[in-house]
Design a protein around this ligand. Structure first.
Ligand SMILES: [Fe+2]
Length: 388
């Protein structure tokens, strides 16, 4: 979101700059109350319509560890986790997201979360006993963008399974890495998230200043959540990290062997944004799960913000492979605090799919190089999302 004049082109083909104040023509007001000190994304609570089918996907195939379960809900965690869970699968009628949950540094940060969101006029609910098993005093809010955010500090500790190599599988999921949210107005979302204490690490823009997506972090990785421009509020994906690239390839091989290749939506590949190796899966309800590894350290205060041109065909996939249209259009509904789906508001800014794929859009491999630039009708070429 830095002005064109204040950023520097790198030899890798993207810009770097220092994080700048966000310009939004419809800003969420900045509260006087200080933001809670958020440590990291901690867990997502998903509503699933067929608990057995979801259990097969997340436990039998992806190998997440069951902390607790009953006929209504399953609490899962990744290999390195020591808090109670990173993912809740709760049986329900409508597949949706019930909570994006963040861990805060100290119990007092929950008081700060209440004051921060009450000042914004948001609906806030605090439960000393927590909203789920294993988690203590918690605050849930309907945030200014319509997302169900949770904040907690206290959690039951469980065993870290890192040393249990006897249980590990080739595609071991070792950490919850990030969320990804779909929202119509990305600059509005980013300014609010900056007020909440998040730092921008990367974004995608065009020369007219339209922002298509932004990545933001608390922990020193590329992100704890990202804002993707689209009809929202919806959930784009939840992401788990593996140690290495070969773990992601092992998941693909396993899905093929199980005749579950239709669970693979996009990838495997190398991202431009974040530099991570990636794979996108769809669970039995269509919730999107990313598996991801090897992004980079971002913890210094002057960490450069990376800005990608929306027309750079290597921004979403470093190898220039097509982004399938469903990846741009599909997302999961999110719930309000009563469990009802939040209405979805249409994006009015340009869509990334429209400006980069097909006759209306264009993308390039080398900017300004006619031989490497696909435009107009030629954009229906083999690299840009049109496949038989
Ligand atoms: Fe992601």
């Amino acid at each position: 979101m830095t002005h064109l004049d204040d950023r520097t082109m790198t030899s890798s083909g993207f810009y770097v700059s220092q994080e700048a104040p966000i310009v939004s023509d419809n800003p969420v007001p900045t509260p006087q109350a200080p933001a809670p000190d958020i440590l990291r994304c901690a867990y997502m609570e998903l509503i699933v319509t067929d608990l057995a089918a979801s259990r097969q996907f997340y436990v039998d195939i992806l190998g997440l560890y069951v902390t607790e379960e009953d006929d209504e809900v399953i609490y899962l965690r990744s290999t390195e986790e020591f808090i109670h869970h990173n993912l809740i699968l709760r049986k329900g009628e409508l597949a949706a997201v019930r909570a994006f949950s963040y861990r805060v540094r100290a119990p007092e940060d929950l008081d700060k979360a209440v004051a921060f969101y009450e000042e914004l006029g948001c609906r806030v609910e605090r439960r000393k006993e927590g909203f789920t098993k294993g988690i203590g005093d918690s605050v849930r809010v309907e945030d200014p963008l319509g997302f169900p955010y949770e904040f907690f500090h206290q959690s039951e500790h469980v065993e870290r399974m890192s040393w249990r190599y006897d249980l590990h599988i080739p595609g071991e999921l070792v950490r919850l890495d990030h969320f990804n949210q779909i929202t119509p107005d990305v600059p509005r979302a980013v300014k609010y998230m900056q007020d909440l204490g998040f730092r921008v690490t990367e974004d995608i823009q065009d020369d007219e200043g339209t922002v298509y997506a932004a990545w933001m972090r608390r922990k020193p990785t590329v992100h704890d959540t990202a804002m993707t421009g689209g009809d929202g509020p919806r959930m784009h994906h939840v992401c788990f990290a593996t140690h290495e690239k070969h773990n992601i390839l092992a998941i693909c091989d396993k899905l093929g062997a199980l005749r579950r290749s239709d669970s693979i939506e996009r990838g495997p590949g190398r991202h431009g944004v974040s530099n991570a190796f990636y794979l996108y899966l769809r669970d039995p309800d269509g919730h999107r799960v990313e598996v991801y590894t090897q992004d980079y350290y971002t913890g210094d205060p002057d960490n450069p913000v990376v800005t990608w041109d929306v027309h750079d065909n290597q921004r979403r996939d470093w190898w220039g492979n097509p982004v399938v249209p469903s990846w741009y259009t599909d997302g999961s509904l999110v719930l309000d605090l009563d469990g009802n789906p939040q209405p979805v508001i249409e994006r009015t800014d340009n869509s990334e799919m429209a400006v980069t794929i097909g006759a209306d859009g264009f993308s390039y491999t080398r900017e300004g190089d006619a031989a490497g630039t696909y435009q107009g009708e030629a954009a229906k070429g083999f690299k840009l999302g049109h496949q038989l």
